[in-house]
Design a protein around this ligand. Structure first.
Ligand code: DGI
Ligand code: FE
Ligand code: FE
Ligand code: FE
Length: 188
């Protein structure tokens, strides 16, 4: 296993300082949520730490990996916002050597979500949105919801993301919408 120093070196090689600091805050937020909801604290921390590892990979590198390494070519219509989770884990496995399937799945799902998100997946999805530097209304509301109800916190984030995408004429990845549908609170 890699030491913490080695893990942090890998991250710092790929990320500018602002993004690196965000990853450290998401690691801590994810560990707190995992403690609160009795999930795997170490997996949550590792997934939180590495969730944005591939956020600054050059576009050309993403396009090459998508075309050459078995990804759905439809992904080429999207951009780094969508790629850094689902394709980002290719870089994490190849460059860092992380292998834990549950950690990699949580990272894959951290931007679009997935209708079948596990508690660990929801923890990483929400930790990214409620880490202490996040102060928008929806982020504050999700932080409060995450004290008691991870599905509610997840839904607040999904609703905010879809509103943002539509308001800014941005292409919606279908799974983002399917995840929203799956997390609509049940009536009554
Ligand atoms: O990487 P972070 O900024 O910390 O956070 P994130 O991984 O949750 O990414 C948020 C960004 O991802 C936000 O700008 C919206 C974008 N995004 C999420 N779902 C979709 C999407 N972008 C597109 N085009 N389509 C989506 O379905
Ligand atoms: Fe991200
Ligand atoms: Fe997110
Ligand atoms: Fe993030």
């Amino acid at each position: 296993d890699l030491s913490r120093e080695e893990l942090l070196n890998h991250l710092q090689n790929r990320l500018d300082d602002a993004r690196f600091q965000h990853c450290l805050r998401v690691e801590e937020a994810a560990r707190q949520l995992a403690t609160r909801f009795h999930a795997d604290v170490d997996r949550a921390g590792l997934a939180g730490l590495f969730h944005d590892y591939a956020k600054q990979v050059p576009i050309a590198d993403y396009k090459r990996v998508i075309m050459e390494d078995g990804f759905d070519p439809a992904l080429l219509q999207y951009g780094r916002g969508v790629w850094h989770g689902m394709v980002g884990t290719w870089f994490i496995q190849t460059e860092v050597g992380l292998t834990d399937r549950l950690v990699l799945q949580a990272i894959e799902r951290h931007t679009t979500g997935d209708p079948a998100m596990t508690l660990l997946d929801q923890i990483i999805f929400v930790a990214d949105f409620i880490e202490p530097a996040r102060t928008l209304d929806a982020e504050v509301a999700a932080r409060a919801a995450a004290l008691t109800d991870m599905r509610q916190a997840t839904f607040i984030e999904l609703k905010n993301t879809l509103q943002y995408l539509i308001a800014n004429n941005k292409i919606v990845y279908p799974k983002t919408l399917l995840t929203f549908n799956a997390f609509i609170p049940k009536e009554g």
